[in-house]
Design a binder for this molecule. Structure first.
Ligand code: FES
Ligand SMILES: [Fe+2]
Length: 350
């Protein structure tokens, strides 16, 4: 069974949700890249994902009963284990020769790491296990540590537009205007060095911008590194003295017109936890500014106009397109992914 044709990248890991969203013994439905998915967590603590459709007559499995080990479909009571394999068809007579374990609800590989549940969306549902391990995303977080959920919001546009918005430096002084952030009347020339990195590119470690009030609050020596990897993961990695702050923003397509933006935080700076309500409010305001501008963008994109990518400020968007194209080609040809990005310095005013 082929997955629905999707313009988004397939054979890749997407962020499904923060681990706290999945409670043991419960299932929830999530739409990811136009597929309805039954996500759950077994009594063994392990997350799982099945196509949210009973293979018998198609009713969503999330309407069924989940006892922490098996889902019983609400329509004719067929039972499925968390890997989708059928364990019982109650209406079959006891001497039936039919092998119920040959019936399987399509399943998706899931993996919980760093407090986040990832789902692998295959291009071809018949081969979901055919996964190249080197394609799992990379995170600069100590092993065994977890990200906390800051916020998750739906954006009114496709994954591609959301990604380009996420890595676009030029909108920042115009869209994210507030007392604690830089102003559009105070643009400064920036010179940023970039290098290719795992499934993307990285703005290499540098002292953060001095014209932003947020950076003036913290007094210790600071450096920051900002990485992007497909399908839509941006990580800002701040080092302050010998301590770390990771702000990670991920994009997961809901369907062609909606994308979920999720923000996560990890830090080993104790006092930041006290300031979390304030930080979360800032993050929420900041992300809402993007959500609002995407509502306006949606209006403009309705007649599918030709668009431009202009010079260094839009270079990261061009790189995203190049990486995405190369990834699909490597998948088609079944060869390891080769990053098309070369180290380069970019200049822009923000
Ligand atoms: S539709 Fe699920 S058991 Fe019949
Ligand atoms: Fe933004």
């Amino acid at each position: 069974m082929k997955s629905k044709s999707s313009k988004n990248l397939r054979n890749i890991w997407y962020v499904a949700c923060h681990g706290s969203e999945l409670k043991a013994g419960k299932t929830i439905e999530k739409e990811i890249d136009s597929e309805k998915i039954c996500l759950g967590r077994g009594d063994d603590g392990k997350p799982f994902a099945l196509r949210n459709q009973c293979p018998h007559r198609g009713i969503p499995l999330t309407y069924g009963k989940f006892d922490g080990r098996e889902i019983e479909c609400c329509y004719h009571g067929w039972r499925f284990k968390t890997d989708g394999v059928c364990s019982k068809i109650p209406a079959l007579p006891p001497d039936s020769k039919l092998d119920v374990s040959k019936v399987r609800a399509p399943y998706y590989p899931v993996r919980e790491k760093y407090g986040i549940v990832f789902i692998y969306l295959p291009r071809d549902m018949r081969k979901p296990e055919d996964i190249d391990e080197s394609l799992f995303p990379h995170f600069p977080i100590p092993e065994g540590k977890s990200f906390e959920l800051v916020t998750a919001k739906p954006m009114d546009c496709s994954l591609d537009h959301s990604v380009i918005g996420l890595i676009d430096p030029a909108h920042v002084p115009f869209v994210h205007q507030s007392w604690f952030f830089r102003k559009s009347s105070n643009l400064k020339l920036k010179e940023k060095n970039f290098a290719p990195s795992h499934l993307g590119f990285t703005m290499v470690r540098h002292a953060p911008s001095k014209n932003s009030a947020a950076y003036k609050i913290l007094k210790k020596e600071q450096t920051t590194e900002i990485s992007f990897q497909i399908p839509g993961i941006r990580i800002e990695h701040l080092i302050i003295g010998d301590q770390t702050i990771l702000i990670m923003t991920t994009l997961t397509p809901v369907n062609e017109n909606t994308t979920t933006l999720t923000q996560f935080l990890y830090t080993d700076i104790k006092w930041i936890h006290w300031l979390k309500p304030i930080f979360y409010r800032f993050a929420d305001t900041f992300i809402q500014q993007d959500v609002d501008v995407f509502k306006k963008l949606k209006e403009g994109l309705q007649n599918d106009p030709p668009l431009m990518l202009m010079g260094d400020p839009d270079m990261q968007a061009k790189w995203y397109n190049a990486i995405r194209t190369r990834y699909e080609k490597c998948q088609e040809e079944k060869v390891p992914f080769e990053n098309p990005i070369k180290a380069q310095t970019l200049y822009w005013q923000t």
